[in-house]
Design a binder for this molecule. Structure first.
Ligand SMILES: Nc1nc2c(ncn2[C@@H]2O[C@H](COP(=O)(O)OP(=O)(O)OP(=O)(O)O)[C@@H](O)[C@H]2O)c(=O)[nH]1
Ligand SMILES: [Mg+2]
Length: 444
């Protein structure tokens, strides 16, 4: 990207509408707009103008807005040509803009320039994309809070705390004969514990924000015929998956996006887990494991008539890193006394019993979404960075307890800080930036 060029794009969605906007950013924006309108333009004024082609034929007319840099969205000279919203008309105007020296913007390029010109940090740029794409009111409100800088402020506070303790430790290293004092300093331990607790708290909030943004991934696992597809259908509200009494009905992974009490959930129905010689079923089971291991949460369905067996035990042993909840199914087939003997979650998709409690359990961590003022929007990459930072801080705490090696602690602080700086973009590689901004739409 060269800062010297001027980019242009249609900023309104494709299709027919009352108004269509072409946006320009870069040093030639004003010149191009003045040529198109054959007139002088004034900063921050709403002006009605005619838009002309190269033969002075009128292409369209409408409003021109000129935002001089650096007080513009991108920090550069920005122009908006607001004409009529027809795709052919817009293309003609865009071509004219390009003839006069602009080039077509790439996806996310306006936001990327705003980021490079310090108009906003990465979490804010991402929040704009998330705000536009938000699927619920709660998500939109959370995205707005991120855009206002709520998330960045928390991350900066954490970074400042780490810098504080890091400089203390590094200063102590410079005076090695005083290191004895430093080692005995219980204040270090307290400060570190406070920072770790705060990191945990921000991570929890980010995890909530991530679910609000991207949805919680819920994998339904279990032996064949446990009632997995029946549960998917029940929650989805229609027959998304085939249900039969033949064990091994589902092979492909089936995904449904639903909202449970306002919480977005991606439910994944998988093939029943068992030993199989059928190559198609084997592939289904391989894919099932892949989904289970990547999910946020796993429901292990257990046929209540069969009860808990060695097979379920084996599945639980293999699912190590994902929270798993046991769920007994088909309880309508049980006697009342048998039902009462089950102390874990149990349901029937035939009668609907147990469903309210299940839904409550799945959403309880998130049910405050609609009221909570502190949630901000977040993405998986933020959660990963916060987790790594926490890991480095915990390493530092372990080192302090075991060896009190200042050098090793300082290195962990440095790495934790680097992880956090990645969230806001203060430390970032071009690769990461390219990946983030290219997922934005054109004109943003
Ligand atoms: N009585 C009763 N039968 C159920 C219930 N849930 C599912 N079934 C029956 O159990 C059988 C298997 O249900 P599925 O939902 O296909 O089970 P699955 O776990 O998806 O099975 P696979 O895809 O083969 O792994 C079907 O005959 C369902 O009608 C329930 O709550 N009560
Ligand atoms: Mg099934």
């Amino acid at each position: 990207m060269s800062p010297a060029d001027t980019i242009a794009a249609i900023a309104t969605p494709p299709g027919i509408g009352g108004v269509g906007i072409i946006r320009l950013s870069g040093p030639d924006s004003l010149d191009i707009a003045q040529k198109i309108t054959d007139s002088q333009l004034l900063a921050n004024k709403t002006l009605f103008r005619h838009f002309y082609d190269e033969n002075k034929q009128e292409l369209d007319h409408g409003i021109v807005l000129y935002f001089p840099g650096p007080r513009s969205f991108t920090g550069e000279e920005v122009i908006e040509l607001q004409g009529h919203g027809g795709p052919v008309l817009q293309e003609m105007l865009l071509s004219r803009v390009c003839e006069l020296g602009a080039r077509l913007a790439q996806a996310g390029e306006f936001s990327e320039r705003a980021f490079h010109n310090n108009k906003m940090d990465l979490t804010q740029a991402e929040a704009i994309a998330d705000l536009i794409e938000s699927g619920s009111q709660a998500a939109a409100r959370a995205a707005m809070r991120s855009l206002q800088g709520e998330f960045s402020r928390q991350v900066h506070r954490l970074v400042d705390d780490i810098i504080g303790i890091r400089s203390y430790v590094e200063a102590a290293l410079d005076f090695s004969e005083e290191e004895i004092d430093f080692l005995a300093d219980s204040d270090i331990q307290n400060r570190l514990n406070t920072i770790i607790a705060f990191n945990r708290q921000v991570l929890q909030q980010a995890e909530k924000g991530r679910v609000l943004n991207e949805g919680m991934t819920l994998a339904i696992a279990g032996q064949p015929n446990a009632g997995k597809s029946s549960l998917l259908n029940y929650l989805a509200g229609y027959d998304a998956a085939i249900v039969t009494d033949i064990a091994g009905t589902t092979r492909d992974v089936i995904r449904e996006h639903i909202a449970l009490k306002g919480v977005p959930v991606k439910i994944i129905d998988t093939a029943g887990l068992r030993e199989s010689n059928d190559p198609v079923e084997q592939e289904g089971i391989r894919r099932a494991w892949q989904e289970i291991e990547q999910a946020d949460r796993v429901l292990l369905l257990i046929d209540a008539v069969q009860g808990y067996t060695q097979q379920e035990k084996a599945i639980e042993q293999r699912v190590q890193h994902v929270p798993l909840t046991r769920l007994y199914t088909k309880v309508d087939l049980l006697e009342d006394s048998q039902k009462q003997a089950i102390t874990e979650f149990s349901i029937s998709t035939k009668t609907g019993e147990g469903m309210d409690a299940l839904i409550e359990e799945l959403t309880q961590n998130y049910s405050d979404y609609n009221h909570e003022q502190s949630t901000f929007i977040a993405r998986q990459r933020h959660v990963e960075s916060l987790k790594s930072a926490l890991q480095f801080l915990q390493n530092a705490a372990d080192i302090f307890e075991q060896t009190s090696s200042g050098e090793l602690m300082a290195e962990d602080f440095r790495l934790a800080q680097q992880q956090l700086n990645q969230i806001t973009g203060e430390f970032s590689t071009e690769d990461l930036l390219g990946k983030i901004f290219s997922s934005f739409c054109i004109g943003k």
